[in-house]
Design a protein around this ligand. Structure first.
Ligand code: PLP
Length: 282
């Protein structure tokens, strides 16, 4: 596989990453995952905008323009012959001896990127998944797509150990988001999701879903709701770049609605599929 590291395209085997990279020591960096459908990048501009915003929020300047980053992503997709998969990009604050404060400004950020084939998780998308509620003990800047994912990792692991696919994170009973996804409830034809503030990552898929709902005249409430309210939703689903729109069939073993993917969610999935770059109207 061809990787992009330090301004160059290199075979994975030839890569050299320093043990003193601040990403390694501190998780001091930001990242993005961009979906590829049949060789075409999906919502790349939105992802690259968010990468630059995340970097700005941690006072990190990416040494490439968005246009250059787009070119890197495209070349990785082409050179690695990616059909359906994703591009991963991350930027760290560079290589320096381990002290917490920022290194000298002459230290260059380290940008790495790669592309992999990864089929759509059709089974989960079709059948839905069980989820588990987990206390959201993360920091108060979840709007930053930071490499520091310990809170997310521990929540996902807790869900997996309970036989669930994702964690429903909540702060004192208020649902925020999944460990690597955004969460939506549907009640009486209205769509509910947590507002895009410091407590969640404003998912690109989330934004596409909200746009699709509004275009179809569906009422959307970007307002916090509780775990108890989540149990009582007619339908519940999660969104992310790789999971797309995945129905949630139960929370903590309690079925949501009929316990099967709901009609509203299935309709939304169909609308979402029309957005894919390779979509051909039938
Ligand atoms: N929330 C968190 C914590 C995430 O890590 C992710 C992405 O994986 C999302 C939400 C969904 O964001 P996106 O739709 O941009 O992939």
């Amino acid at each position: 596989a061809i990787y992009f590291v330090d301004g160059q395209f290199t075979e994975k085997e030839n890569l050299k990453i320093s043990v003193e990279d601040r990403g390694y020591y501190f998780g001091d960096g930001v990242y993005e995952v961009i979906k590829v459908y049949e060789g075409e990048l999906f919502t790349a501009e939105e992802h690259l905008n968010r990468l630059v915003e995340s970097a700005m929020k941690i006072k990190l300047t990416i040494p490439f323009t968005q246009q250059q980053l787009f070119g890197i992503a495209k070349k990785l997709v082409q050179d690695n012959q990616i059909g359906t998969g994703h591009v991963y990009m991350q930027v760290t604050r560079g290589v320096a001896p381990r002290i917490h404060q920022f290194p000298d400004p002459t230290v260059a950020p380290v940008v790495i990127a790669y592309a992999v084939n990864n089929p759509r998780p059709e089974k989960a998308i079709g059948n839905g998944v069980p989820v588990k509620s987990v206390a959201d003990v993360r920091w108060l800047r979840c709007d930053i797509k930071s490499l520091n994912l310990l809170g997310n990792v521990l929540a996902k692991q807790e869900a997996f150990e309970a036989g669930c696919t994702e964690a429903v994170l909540h702060r004192d009973g208020v649902v925020t988001e999944g460990s690597s996804s955004n969460l939506f409830g549907v009640k009486d034809g209205k769509v509910y999701t947590h507002p895009a503030n410091n407590l969640i990552l404003n998912g690109i898929t989330r934004q596409v879903v909200l746009k699709l709902c509004r275009e179809q005249g569906i009422q959307v409430e970007e307002t916090p709701f509780t775990l108890d309210e989540a149990f009582a939703m007619d339908e519940f689903f999660l969104t992310s770049t790789t999971s797309e729109i995945t129905p949630i069939t139960s929370i903590d073993g309690r079925p949501i609605g009929t316990g099967k993917p709901g009609a509203f969610t299935v309709d939304l999935q169909k609308a979402f599929a029309t957005q894919f770059p390779a979509f051909v109207p039938g």
